[in-house]
Design a protein around this ligand. Structure first.
Ligand code: SF4
Length: 505
């Protein structure tokens, strides 16, 4: 497993160098980690960056641990502008949106409360995932610090945990955040439940009879789950209560809508706002059903990458007959436990809420699909996943259109994956694939390109549906979201008709 932690910054933070005959001072990342657990009742911990529902659920989940966690609002264009104003040039746009979002929040806080910068720096801190690797993700924390300093919040504390180092990152140290296994397990439970409710939202909302009824039901589910976290109630039972709420949404599922897989760079594909021009809502308004990428997919990719790295270490040991590295064996055991723990929670919650059809992404299977196209050793961004998603959609007829969303300035997604996608498309010309960049500007061009690709997808969905022999009598259960038959058709309505015919309903 690669790690940045072995790279030590020089001690001297004020090195003066001579450049073109002038004395210049080398910029250093000044790390302020002053935090005592005893101060926690006076400290507000900010975080954000998941979907809207997940941010809210994570806030309740972490508050239930006794810490004062507050989620930031969803990043918008104003966040992006703040990110560009205070950040370095040439960053990928998730950096601008997320860094700018924190700057925007603190500036608004200052304006609304009249607190001084020093008071804000003393009372607030921000927690985020850190990481290493060949993409700009490894630089995010430095970007936060640089932008905050330039915005007047020098010394603001940015705390991080490593996204690829599992749940045992806690330091038994009064001077650090409590990143204990309990913290991560609670966080992961909230993320998984958020993923499941998001997946259901995207399945149900395009077919709702009364506009807004799905969002209302999901709000009620949020309240149920939040209360379960705060009052330490059973989450499986809470998901069962959500099932009853969701069943109350009246649906007309026999509408042949284009099914669109939305994938690409993790943040750009997942965010639900200006960061991708509200792509999911736009597609639904244009008559499509989205297949979103749940965060759990990224989590499973991180575990797979760590397993892959551990396997390579093992192969070297075997071939060189060197002694067994027990730390590698321990890593493998931890990864096995993490993977199976996530699967267990996921299966318990999906069963309770009634998401029968969805299977947790199998990264090993996806890697087999993509490895002839994408070298599995190449990490960064979504690794081989983007190529694998297009291949699985074409080979298993999962959607009428695959949209790959890539932020402006993203190296792994634009430069690597898209180069390879052109080879995939040349071998599978039937694929309806759109790779589209989000720059934070140029929305009209973005929407117009999506509409063009969607036109073809809608035609395919209509033709697929109309080629079927539609029965005169339709059983009522077809309109209940709990009825999720498997089938060969891509469209949901076509799949339902296919199942009625096959089962003689
Ligand atoms: S994958 Fe791309 S957009 Fe995402 S952090 Fe890395 S460089 Fe930026």
């Amino acid at each position: 497993m690669s790690s940045c932690s072995s790279i030590k910054a020089p001690e001297d933070t004020n090195t003066t160098l001579s450049y073109l005959g002038q004395d210049v001072t080398q910029w250093r990342d000044e790390i302020n980690k002053k935090y005592k657990r005893s101060e926690k009742k006076d400290t507000i911990v900010l975080f954000g960056g998941f979907t809207i529902l997940q941010d809210k659920l994570v806030m309740s989940a972490l508050q239930s641990l006794g810490e004062n966690y507050v989620s930031l609002p969803n990043p918008d264009f104003e966040s992006f502008r703040k990110g560009k104003s205070f950040g370095n040039r040439g960053q990928c746009n998730p950096t601008y949106f997320t860094v700018g979002n924190l700057v925007k929040y603190l500036l608004n806080l200052q304006e609304e409360t009249g607190m001084s910068s020093e008071e804000i720096v003393k009372k607030y801190l921000y927690v985020t995932a850190g990481g290493c690797g060949p993409c700009r993700f490894g630089m995010y924390i430095t970007e936060y610090r640089k932008a905050l300093k330039d915005a007047g919040f020098a010394g603001f504390r940015i705390m991080s945990f490593q996204h690829n180092e599992g749940i045992f990152q806690a330091k038994d140290d009064e001077e650090s955040m409590d990143f204990s296994p309990k913290f991560f397990i609670t966080l992961i439970k909230a993320v998984i439940i958020g993923d499941i409710l998001n997946l259901l939202t995207y399945k149900i909302r395009p077919y709702e009879v009364e506009k807004g009824s799905t969002d209302k039901a999901i709000d009620a589910c949020h309240d149920i789950i939040s209360e379960a976290f705060m009052k330490k109630k059973n989450l499986v039972v809470a998901m069962w209560h959500c099932r009853k709420v969701l069943e109350g949404v009246k649906l007309n599922r026999l509408q042949p809508k284009a099914k669109v897989m939305v994938m690409g760079e993790f943040w750009a594909a997942m965010t639900e706002g200006d960061g991708n021009y509200n792509l999911h809502r736009f597609l639904e308004a244009e008559g499509a059903e989205c297949i979103p990428q749940p965060i759990i997919g990224r989590l499973m990719l991180s575990i797979w990458e760590a397993e892959y790295a551990a396997k390579k270490v093992e192969d070297v040991e075997e071939s060189s007959a060197s002694s067994i590295d027990f730390s590698n064996a321990k890593t493998k055991a931890m990864l096995f436990l993490a993977k199976n723990g996530i699967k267990t929670y996921f299966n318990l919650y999906t069963k309770a809420v009634g998401l029968h059809e969805y299977k947790i992404p199998n990264i090993e299977e996806l890697s087999k699909l993509s490895r002839v196209y994408y070298p599995l050793d190449a990490e960064g961004g979504e690794g081989h996943l983007e190529v694998a998603h297009l291949l699985e959609s074409v080979k298993h007829n999962l959607s009428h259109l695959v949209i790959s969303v890539k932020p402006f300035g993203c190296m792994p997604s634009s430069a690597v994956s898209d180069g390879i996608q052109s080879l995939v498309i040349s071998r599978y010309p039937q694929a309806n694939f759109l790779s589209i960049e989000t720059s934070g500007e140029g929305a009209a061009n973005f929407y117009s390109r999506v509409q063009m690709a969607l036109f073809k997808a809608k035609q395919s969905a209509k033709e697929e549906y109309e080629a079927l022999n539609i029965p005169k009598e339709i059983p009522a259960k077809v309109h209940n979201y709990l009825y999720q038959p498997k089938g060969k058709m891509a469209g949901s309505a076509a799949k339902l008709i296919e199942s009625i015919q096959q089962r003689g309903l």
